[in-house]
Design a binder for this molecule. Structure first.
Ligand SMILES: [Zn+2]
Ligand SMILES: [Zn+2]
Length: 207
């Protein structure tokens, strides 16, 4: 698992890849380093949060980046930057998770073990499990059992459910059922197990 603190104070350096770092950097105000809040673009083409640039101009009537003379009347709201930043922040967490996982896999391939190796290895293992899942999906596909709904994501989920099911019930023929039915069955089995554990006949203090 990725530590939740990774997201608490975000920073372009969260990303191991320089391409994603620069995208993150471009979405941020050069004054406060946060994602643009009501971005304003100056006549010289530089962008700042509305509040940040107004505060800056209150003490120094120049563009903080290029130092040309600048007044509030030369600032314009940029809805385009605002929309870009919104799109980026919506995608950021997903991209970051993927980017960090890629990085972990790469580094655990290089370094055999280190202090953080438990995290690295578990992620690496889950990736290996995923590829064996895909291999078995492909097998199923060859047998023609999944031809009707050949969708990698749905099948990955299905395989996952099948693995869970097979732990609870080996004899059930899961391939005939859709994912929802499988999940319901799984919950029923778990409920049965809970009931079994709670049945009074097994508690010794009643005797
Ligand atoms: Zn700012
Ligand atoms: Zn400028």
């Amino acid at each position: 698992m990725i530590k939740s603190t990774s997201y608490d104070i975000s920073d372009p350096s969260d990303f191991p890849q320089t391409g994603l770092q620069s995208l993150d950097l471009l979405s941020r105000c050069p004054i406060c380093k946060e994602f643009f809040n009501t971005p304003m673009i100056s006549e010289c083409g530089h962008a700042y949060c509305s509040l940040c640039i107004r505060r800056s101009l209150a003490t120094d009537q120049v563009c903080p980046i290029c130092r040309v003379n600048l007044s509030e009347s030369q600032l314009f709201k940029s809805t385009m930057i605002e929309d870009l930043v919104q799109s980026w922040t919506n995608m950021r967490q997903t991209l970051l998770r993927g980017a960090l996982e890629d990085e972990r896999i790469n580094s655990s391939n290089k370094k055999s073990s280190n202090k953080e190796s438990s995290n690295n290895e578990s992620n690496y293992e889950s990736k290996i499990n995923l590829s064996s899942d895909i291999a078995s999906i492909e097998k199923d596909y060859v047998r023609g059992e999944n031809e009707e709904k050949w969708d990698v994501k749905a099948n990955e989920k299905k395989i996952e459910n099948e693995e869970n099911d097979s732990r609870n019930d080996q004899s059930d023929n899961k391939l005939e059922k859709d994912d929802n039915q499988q999940e319901k069955e799984e919950i029923k089995v778990q409920e049965k197990e809970v009931k079994l554990m709670q049945t009074p006949e097994s508690t010794p203090e009643n005797s």
